[in-house]
Design a binder for this molecule. Structure first.
Ligand SMILES: CC(C)(COP(=O)(O)OP(=O)(O)OC[C@H]1O[C@@H](n2cnc3c(N)ncnc32)[C@H](O)[C@@H]1OP(=O)(O)O)[C@@H](O)C(=O)NCCC(=O)NCCS
Length: 197
């Protein structure tokens, strides 16, 4: 498992989309819309800031992590306008609900951050074990860049327990009412981990 961490190659976007699509979109949706919807989540997390990383092997991403500084801006709106198809009213509503949710959670975390803090905006491991590997390799890099705290938000559709097992402090647990489905509450979580004093 001696693979190196290198800057993220944007050509891997579609492979990451295919990997997280079953987790982050509904199986009864049309496949092209599922891909579009999932890529919204990825595009929302990606910043041209030199803080997106990967471990890959044989043209396949094994793990990726994207980070955001407090004032970094993404290209989500441009990406949506350039890539949107001829969507139905229901699909448009799903897109709006999704972007509203992402903006709400992002702004909660940004309000907790100082300029010298950093946010983990995407963390995906396509092969078990590489989540910890990429994280351990990046930890010292982030410390050396003098960031003070690492923040992130996640939710019940993600492997949020990973952060509890890996020394993060749960600082807020909440419910996103608009995504409740009657029987199940949609839980969200904000975690923090100290990088430097
Ligand atoms: C969160 C995530 C990135 C963690 O990555 P990971 O590679 O699964 O994490 P780890 O490296 O810690 O490995 C997980 C477990 O697999 C075990 N493992 C590692 N290598 C293994 C292998 N080759 N075979 C079997 N098990 C293995 C680890 O020991 C660990 O076990 P533990 O939970 O009992 O400690 C990953 O679950 C993921 O991509 N989830 C989907 C997206 C997501 O939810 N992202 C995070 C929230 S936004």
């Amino acid at each position: 498992m001696n693979k190196s961490v290198v800057p993220f190659n944007k050509e891997y976007f579609s492979q990451i989309v295919d990997f997280v699509k079953p987790l982050w979109s509904f199986s009864d949706w049309e496949d092209s819309f599922r891909k579009f919807y999932t890529e919204i989540i990825l595009q929302n997390s990606f910043f041209e800031n030199g803080l997106a990383f990967q471990i890959a092997e044989n043209q396949e991403p094994l793990a990726v992590t994207f980070f955001q500084k407090k004032f970094d801006k993404n290209n989500l709106n441009r990406w949506i306008s350039e890539n949107a198809g001829d969507f139905t009213a229901a699909q448009k509503q799903s897109i709006n609900l999704c972007t509203e949710y992402l903006a709400c959670m992002d702004s909660k975390v940004h309000s907790l951050m100082n300029e010298n803090d950093i946010k983990l905006s995407l963390f995906v491991s396509c092969k078990k074990g590489y989540g910890s590997i990429i994280f351990e390799k990046l930890w010292n890099h982030l410390k050396n860049l003098n960031y003070k705290n690492l923040y992130l938000w996640t939710d019940c559709e993600c492997n949020w327990q990973w952060y509890l097992k890996n020394g993060f402090i749960l600082i807020e647990e909440s419910i996103y009412e608009k995504f409740n489905d009657g029987t199940k509450k949609y839980k969200t979580y904000i975690f923090k981990k100290k990088l430097n004093d």
